[in-house]
Design a protein around this ligand. Structure first.
Ligand SMILES: [Zn+2]
Length: 166
């Protein structure tokens, strides 16, 4: 390496377009005069491309596994039988309404069992629809079990299935 050649870290930052404007100008003028550093930069760039290509996204969770986990979670929380009990108290028309809320169904469940959740408190106040609607989008984006199908539709399916048993 010639004296005054560019450090590997600096070349790497340059390849990532992370150098400041002054540093960048210095590197470019050196590259114009130094074939060795041009070759090093080429190698660094190729290496970065290879690494990026090797990083494959994690495979999506199979739908049946997702369903199984969701069921397990509901059972372990004791939600499932209580959710069925809750739905029985709805008139058929309101039941359909409740089921059609998809992700909001999760919020419903949380509201119903809120006495069990520390810090949420209890009471018989009405469940505001605006809270349901606001939570709908939030849940869709933050639930850990996400996929093409989405946890919301999964919950809706489970709830629909449950209503058949009523
Ligand atoms: Zn050089």
């Amino acid at each position: 390496m010639n004296a005054g050649c560019i450090e590997r870290e600096a070349l790497s930052a340059y390849a990532d377009a992370e150098s400041g404007p002054e540093e960048r100008a210095g590197i470019e003028s050196h590259l114009a005069a130094c074939a060795r550093c041009r070759a090093r930069l080429e190698m660094i760039t190729a290496l970065k491309k290879a690494v990026a290509a090797a990083v494959v996204p994690a495979p999506a969770m199979p739908a049946d596994l997702r369903e199984k986990l969701l069921r397990m979670r509901m059972r372990s929380m004791g939600l499932w039988p209580r959710l069925l009990g809750f739905l029985r108290e709805f008139s058929p028309r309101r039941r359909v309404m409740a089921l059609s809320f998809s992700a909001a169904g999760l919020v419903l469940a949380l509201w119903i069992f809120r006495e069990d959740l520390p810090g949420i408190g209890s009471g018989e106040e009405e469940l505001p629809v605006s809270v349901l609607l606001a939570a709908h989008g939030r849940y869709a984006s933050t639930l850990p079990l996400s996929g093409a199908e989405g946890p919301a539709s999964r919950v809706q399916d489970l709830l629909a299935e449950a209503s058949d048993d009523l």
